[in-house]
Design a binder for this molecule. Structure first.
Ligand SMILES: C[S@@+](CC[C@H](N)C(=O)[O-])C[C@H]1O[C@@H](n2cnc3c(N)ncnc32)[C@H](O)[C@@H]1O
Length: 276
């Protein structure tokens, strides 16, 4: 599989494929990043891995060559066809390729039994879907580890702390389930074509135990952050049977009052909120 800008360009030309911007087609052309991704994921032979957007198969082939069982979902029909013709015959028992949208199939149709046995996600994500996809994954079953190439700005939002302007619902959902381990900034030269935005290799390790919010509480928290300049007491009024009085009283433990704004409230306090 191609691992240099020139071999990637040659393959794209041979396929008659022009990278599609709306599908975030910035292909990896740097072997070090591929190796680093496998290393951060502690990839071992026999691991089950979900990959989103295998594209030309650069990361996918490295995963398969390392002995992983790969469940991948690719939306681009021509690229999926290319993988079916080239990579699938080499790894017939280990590549499970789905042509479709990762938003509809966030875990590439990984069977429930394989998910329950433990799996990882390693992917160079299409940037446009990173947050809705992450939100879907956080509903469970949860991967043990994720190593994700992302837009740096998205990685900053996921890792944001209370008090920061980028702290939001996704930061709360993600940090409740995962620890953010050290990752890496990635240069635009590691991709073809080069993206205009900065990229980051994010490394997430599932917490023991991981906290998963129920759907109603997620909806409530998202609604609070849609009006992040309002005070939390006003935001909860009419949305909880007691208008949130009991939960608001508990904010004192965090040195906060009902006048706090959503972005000031720590993750541990949000975990005590129950909308249902
Ligand atoms: C950033 S590229 C990564 C390609 C390849 N994994 C690599 O690292 O070179 C993103 C890939 O995701 C695919 N893609 C975009 N949106 C998708 C979606 N909603 N569902 C599944 N795949 C998608 C693109 O066609 C592209 O192949």
């Amino acid at each position: 599989m191609p691992l240099t800008p020139s071999s990637t360009r040659d393959l794209l030309a041979a396929l008659g494929h022009t990278p599609k911007r709306y599908l975030g087609q910035n292909f990896l052309v740097d072997g070090n990043i591929v190796r680093k991704s496998l290393e951060l994921a502690r990839l071992a032979a026999g691991d089950t891995v979900v990959e989103i957007g295998p594209g030309l198969g650069t990361l996918t082939s490295a995963l398969l060559e390392a002995g992983a069982d790969v469940w991948a979902v690719e939306m681009d029909r021509a690229l999926a066809q290319h993988l079916r013709e080239t990579l699938a015959p080499r790894f017939p028992a280990h590549l499970h390729l789905l042509e479709g949208d990762a938003i509809d199939h966030p875990l590439a149709n990984l069977p429930a039994a394989s998910a329950a046995a433990g799996f990882k996600v390693i992917a160079n994500l299409p940037y446009a879907i990173s947050t809705p996809w992450m939100d879907a994954v956080l509903s469970g079953p949860l991967p043990e580890r994720l190593v994700l190439m992302l837009q740096q700005e998205a990685a900053q939002r996921y890792a944001a702390l209370p008090g920061s302007k980028t702290f939001g619902a996704i930061s709360i959902f993600l940090q409740s389930a995962y620890e953010i381990a050290p990752g890496h900034k990635v240069a635009a030269a590691c991709f073809h074509p080069r993206p205009e935005i900065e990229s980051y290799l994010l490394h997430l390790v599932r917490r023991p135990p991981a906290f998963v919010f129920d759907p109603a509480t997620k909806t409530l928290i998202r609604a609070c952050f849609q009006q992040r300049r309002k005070q939390i007491a006003a935001l909860l009024r009419g949305r909880l049977p007691d208008d949130g009085t009991a939960w608001l009283a508990g904010l004192a433990e965090f040195d906060l009052t009902p006048r706090a704004r959503p972005e000031e409230i720590p993750v541990a306090a949000w975990q005590r909120l129950h909308a249902a």
